[in-house]
Ligand binder design. Sequence first.
Ligand SMILES: Cc1cc2nc3c(=O)[nH]c(=O)nc-3n(C[C@H](O)[C@H](O)[C@H](O)COP(=O)(O)OP(=O)(O)OC[C@H]3O[C@@H](n4cnc5c(N)ncnc54)[C@H](O)[C@@H]3O)c2cc1C
Length: 308
Amino acid sequence: MADADLRQYGRWRTGGRARLVVEPGSVGGVRATLAYLAGTDLPRLVVGDGSNILFDDRGFDGVLVRIGPRLSALRLNAPYVTAEAGIWVPRFVRLLGQRGLKGLEHAIGIPGTLGGLVMMNGGSRRQGVGSSTVEVRGCDMNGVPFARSQADCAFRYRGSTLQDDGLIVLEADFRFETAEPGPMRRDMISIMVERRRKFPKSQPNCGSVFLSDPRMYKVVGPPGAAIERAGLKGRRIGGAQSSPLHANFIVNLGDARSADILSLIHLIRTTVHDQTGFWMDAEVRHIAPNGTVRPAHEAAAEHALLTA
Ligand SMILES: Cc1cc2nc3c(=O)[nH]c(=O)nc-3n(C[C@H](O)[C@H](O)[C@H](O)COP(=O)(O)OP(=O)(O)OC[C@H]3O[C@@H](n4cnc5c(N)ncnc54)[C@H](O)[C@@H]3O)c2cc1C
């Protein structure tokens, strides 16, 4: 789609327009698209469900390659599973549960694609998808294919070498435990109930904005507690608000601009630093109009300088 409204592609529902959005229907199609774009001077960017990105109000002057439901094939050979990157994580986890394949229940409430989850070793309850991952296949931004074993991916807390090297995940092999589906289903329901109680659901958001840092955790606690202690829970800038339900979530009250979200991120980060001495880094990534992707706190600091 040409001249696409980015609000459809990011879960904060903010941002300007993209020159073009394409959604290839096969692994080969993604590689061919990226290889073609590498020969042009257009910026290119691969996204999944947009549950961890902040588009810019000025838009994205390039081609957004979306990996979504068109790329969600699965092959099961218990306890091994091969899945394409576009499958929606809650759907994948439910399918595993129905077949008694255990290990990814912690991710049941994460509303993104499997590719985005694998790239940053996402998960919850201090777990990550990397521990069940056997091999990841994909390509670089020029469409050149790669395959990396679990060891080569070097999964760490919310990161991996896939992320460090800017690689695109197209499919992955996993190995799970086998278990009774009944108790697994009950576990997943209790995780969902807890998440619904703790996290805002109806207002657009991108989950936790700031990463937990083990050193800070020991002294101050998790980011949500630090933000609350800094008196910023519920704080609003324009249409963006630190959620009264969970301070580390920033919600769009309806008319937020990305600039409001950036201003709030900067206010929270600098205030918590003044009070605790710790800098919190953002998990959420900002997409600049030229396609530069960086942690949102970096874009927020620049935005604060430019608007001071
Ligand atoms: C309500 C809510 C709750 C959340 N809870 C959690 C949680 O408990 N734990 C957690 O870890 N995360 C959580 N998240 C964040 C988010 O859902 C995950 O990080 C998710 O894995 C991102 O996937 P995505 O497809 O939405 O990626 P996007 O937001 O589309 O992209 C995020 C980054 O990944 C890159 N990317 C996307 N797809 C690929 C791919 N196939 N290959 C390589 N790079 C790619 C993009 O370029 C971008 O830099 C939550 C988000 C929300 C909205």
